[in-house]
Design a protein around this ligand. Structure first.
Ligand SMILES: NC(=O)c1ccc[n+]([C@@H]2O[C@H](COP(=O)([O-])OP(=O)(O)OC[C@H]3O[C@@H](n4cnc5c(N)ncnc54)[C@H](OP(=O)(O)O)[C@@H]3O)[C@@H](O)[C@H]2O)c1
Length: 97
């Protein structure tokens, strides 16, 4: 049986990366989105090796117009069926001060 898939935005660091580890630990395949493609690819490699799940990454600036639609299209083009959304992208408190 195929794993179920969780989509996590803001997954290149902070809370989003922690959520990615927790979902991977529970056996979910993942779609990870954030701006930093290099970090996302490093995380993909690490999580796939550690948890034996499948990780797709999509580098995107979600503050840009139509970016959410681009992400949606990415999931459709790759036949990824999303069961869980963790819509976490944003900035931490330190950057607000
Ligand atoms: N930490 C807290 O105490 C706290 C409290 C209340 C709410 N929150 C909220 O929880 C979320 C995560 O917080 P955090 O502390 O983990 O923040 P963080 O460490 O700054 O991480 C933010 C994540 O979001 C991504 N991101 C930021 N802007 C983005 C954009 N325009 N498009 C796509 N991805 C973007 C970042 O990756 P890239 O730089 O690679 O894009 C990173 O992966 C935020 O939405 C924050 O507002 C946090």
């Amino acid at each position: 049986m195929e794993n179920t898939t969780a989509l996590i935005t803001g997954a290149s660091g902070g809370l989003g990366l922690e959520f990615a580890h927790l979902c991977a630990q529970d056996g979910y395949d993942l779609v990870l989105a954030a701006r930093n493609e290099n970090k996302l690819n490093q995380i993909k490699k690490e999580l796939e090796e550690k948890y034996h799940i499948s990780v797709s990454v999509f580098a995107v600036d979600l503050s840009k117009k139509d970016s959410a639609l681009d992400l949606y299209r990415f999931t459709k083009e790759h036949d990824l069926s999303i069961e869980i959304l963790i819509n976490n992208a944003g900035f931490g408190l330190a950057q607000c001060q």
